[in-house]
Design a protein around this ligand. Structure first.
Ligand SMILES: Cc1ncc(COP(=O)(O)O)c(C=O)c1O
Length: 381
């Protein structure tokens, strides 16, 4: 049959339309399923998500109540959003900084990206541990900025001596404390020595200390680097409301540092607009210290249970101060991931250069982890 141009276009449009219809039916089904899942409080569509380090428990009741209370017609007004300045001022007060010593962002991710844009260039590399949280290194690589990767030491801690040695002339040093994925921490004396030595040898280098997981850490083992931030204008901290505060979906994070340093980050990259519900939820979560302490304790107990289970099976797990474990399973992460997924559990991605031995497992709720341990046992032993 001869296909005329018009006929071809007609067939094509019909095909395209059918394709679009099919696609939109699939999308509608997925959307309906996801809405139903949310309405029933099930977040994972039947798959246990132990692949991302959000809080398995979500926000506390006070935060949920606040979100309900502030969900009103007022959200129609958002270009000068309420509560954002309130949040910034509360953070500044609490940390003893001027208000320009706090930079809010839509999660801490834009701060990590912005810092690379502000302080690194082809001649001023990024120094980072590996494996660690990868946003800084990914941002640098995407923009042709050299990255110096410093492999974790044998105890899976960040190798501070090697980082110090690599830092002279660097634009930015990214130091994740506690570290993701290994969960390890450095105490205040080690961090102070690290910062002082880099600042003495390379005074123009900036140091970003990522404290996203600090609320899960035992205060006897690690402390915030805030005193160093107050002493050194080139040292700054990033924090997130996505972890222990349980509001990853509302996207709120912040930087603490010298006004000039934060301003350089803000000018280099978009921080996004923190919205009014995110701001009031973050403020409530920040003030609800009783809930935060409960969350820390709950996570610590679950972490001890899962760490113990892996050690009983004969696997090495470094002491974690976060809501995830990095376990030496002596097999490729991909193999373990595939076996777990066949049993409806999603565990962490590859973390080069340790992807052939180590897997990261984010900690879910108590109930989830009791089930997960059984699955891990069946897969691993
Ligand atoms: C160490 C670390 N920093 C920062 C982030 C970014 O989190 P957010 O943008 O939600 O604040 C994450 C997220 O997993 C993380 O693990």
């Amino acid at each position: 049959m001869k296909t005329t141009r018009r006929g071809f276009v007609k067939t094509l449009s019909l095909g395209t339309a059918m394709g679009m219809l099919g696609q939109s039916m699939v999308l509608n089904k997925a959307t309906a399923q996801s809405r139903a899942a949310h309405a029933s409080g099930v977040f994972d569509n039947g798959v246990m998500q132990l692949n991302q380090n959000e809080s398995a428990r979500g926000p506390g009741e006070k935060v949920l109540e606040t979100i309900r209370q502030y969900t009103s017609k007022r959200v129609g007004r958002g270009y000068s959003p309420d509560h954002v300045n309130e949040l910034r001022d509360a953070l500044a007060d609490y940390y003893g900084l001027n208000r320009d010593g706090v930079l809010l962002a839509t999660g801490s991710t834009p701060l990590l990206e912005g810092a690379v844009h502000a302080f690194c260039s082809r001649g001023k590399p990024l120094v980072t541990a590996t494996p660690t949280y990868a946003t800084s290194a990914n941002t640098a690589r995407r923009h042709g900025i050299p990255v110096v990767d410093v492999v974790l030491d044998d105890s899976l801690s960040i190798d501070l001596e090697a980082m110090i040695n690599a830092s002279t002339g660097a634009g930015l040093v990214y130091f994740c404390n506690p570290n993701n994925p290994s969960g390890t921490v450095h105490g205040p004396a080690a961090v102070e020595n690290f910062v002082r030595r880099i600042m003495a040898a390379s005074p123009a280098t900036r140091i970003l200390i990522d404290e996203a997981y600090i609320n899960y850490a035992d205060p006897a083992l690690m402390q915030s680097a805030l005193p160093l931030v107050k002493e050194f204008p080139n040292v700054f901290i990033t924090r997130s409301f996505s972890k222990a505060h349980g509001i990853a979906g509302l996207r709120v994070g912040y930087g603490l540092g010298h006004a000039d340093t934060l301003d350089a980050i803000d000018r280099a990259w978009g921080m996004g607009d923190v919205n009014m519900l995110g701001a009031i939820a973050a403020l409530t979560a920040f003030e609800d210290t009783a809930h935060l302490e409960w969350e820390r304790q709950e996570n610590a107990e679950i972490r001890a249970m899962v760490t113990g289970a892996f050690r009983d099976m004969g696997f090495m797990v470094p002491e974690s101060q976060t809501n995830h474990l990095f376990v030496n399973l002596r097999r490729p992460a991909r193999e373990f991931r595939t076996a777990c997924l066949e049993r409806n559990i999603l565990v962490g991605r590859d973390f080069p250069p340790m992807e052939n031995t180590h897997s990261r497992i984010s900690l879910g709720s108590r109930e989830e982890m009791s089930k997960a341990i059984e699955v891990f046992r069946s897969v691993l032993t």
